[in-house]
Design a protein around this ligand. Structure first.
Ligand code: PBG
Length: 333
């Protein structure tokens, strides 16, 4: 593209289109709509429970019945899908995270309740063991090492259990090698060839997951860090290789996580592959905006919308975000 402007100042005035609201709207290169969001929701056992997450003001752990209410809200706001994550008490966690395979676990029961009440809403399930393990890691641990292949076997079974419960999108967030192919094979073998896979393809070992780990009860239990499986924030070429692999293994969509600090990765993936590309605006990103707004240091609503449009500008097809309902409410009012 020739970036040399045909006209020059004073014939050309870049401010001219910015002068009025109607014109700014007309000249906008990207737009945000409720259809862009997957609403991230934290679940907890109970009834009529809305338990505040301290590090995420405005986010609550919801019991299954309350999650059904959130699904109704999402439908009414035009949000296509929810992404569910379970809180698990330290006492209920085990070394191998067996609860992940329980067809009646919190995730599965909630999915069934939502699909009964609000069948038109899409449901995404995280695949990883960290909500269920007593060491807080995404996979099986032996002598301090996170085992790859043994973990993949369990994750494939976890994905089938989630599909059976009614989840439409399986989202492996574990970063084990080979898990997308294994999950695709397992889903197809069970007759779930239309269940989608959205791979956390470029998932970085990030400090921005801190509030989430508190939200799901992993904060106190996590031993060490996740740097032997999640990516080094220094790397971008590696993200492209991860995405190429996940697409080759059958991922329908790929995800970059965290979001805002990694917009360069979103753009490069979109340009290189043209595949459906999503970004996860993670708990720490949410918390930063909320905490600053609570202190009166910035305008929380504007910061929320600015952060969300940035994902679209970078090429994301959609955003997994805790802001989904707030943003959709703003956009539809
Ligand atoms: C775990 C998982 C994490 C998140 C989603 N799935 C955290 C982690 O890898 O430790 C983070 C979500 C967020 O921070 O909002 N498999």
């Amino acid at each position: 593209m020739n970036k040399d402007p045909l006209a020059r100042f004073p014939a050309l005035r870049m401010r001219r289109p910015r002068m009025a609201g109607w014109s700014r709207r007309l000249f906008a290169e990207t737009a945000l709509s409720p259809s862009d969001f997957l609403w991230a929701i934290i679940l907890k056992e109970g009834e009529k429970l809305r338990e505040p997450v301290a590090a995420m003001p405005g986010v609550f752990r919801l019991s299954p019945d309350e999650a059904v209410g959130a699904a109704r809200q999402a439908r009414d706001l035009g949000i296509p899908a929810l992404a569910l994550f379970p809180y698990t008490d330290a006492k209920a966690r085990t070394p191998r995270g067996e609860e992940a395979l329980n067809p009646d676990n919190l995730m599965c029961r909630t999915a069934r309740a939502i699909k009964d009440a609000v069948p038109e809403i899409g449901l995404m399930a995280d695949v990883a063991l960290d909500p269920y393990t007593d060491h807080g890691h995404d996979g099986l641990m032996k002598d301090g090492e996170i085992l790859n292949d043994a973990t993949v076997d369990i994750l494939a079974r976890q994905a089938v259990v989630e599909a059976q419960a009614g989840f439409d999108i399986i989202a492996p967030s574990d970063m084990m090698d080979g898990r997308v192919a294994a999950i695709r094979t397992a889903l197809d073998a069970d007759g779930f060839e239309n269940v989608q896979i959205m791979a956390y393809a470029a998932k970085y070992a990030s400090a921005f997951y801190g509030p989430y780990r508190e939200a799901i009860g992993s904060a106190g239990v996590l031993q060490g860090d996740k740097r032997t499986y999640q990516m080094d924030p220094a790397n971008a070429e590696e993200a492209l290789r991860e995405v190429a692999l996940d697409l080759a293994e059958g991922a329908d969509a790929v995800m970059v996580k965290p979001g805002l600090p990694y917009l360069d990765i979103v753009r490069r993936i979109k340009d290189a592959f043209g595949a459906p590309t999503f970004a996860f605006q993670v708990s720490g990103e949410y918390a930063m905006i909320k905490a600053s707004a609570q202190n009166g240091w910035l305008d929380g609503e504007r910061a929320m919308l600015e952060s969300l449009i940035a994902f679209k500008r970078a090429g994301a097809n959609g955003i997994i975000t805790y802001f989904a309902a707030d943003a959709a409410r703003y956009l539809t009012s």
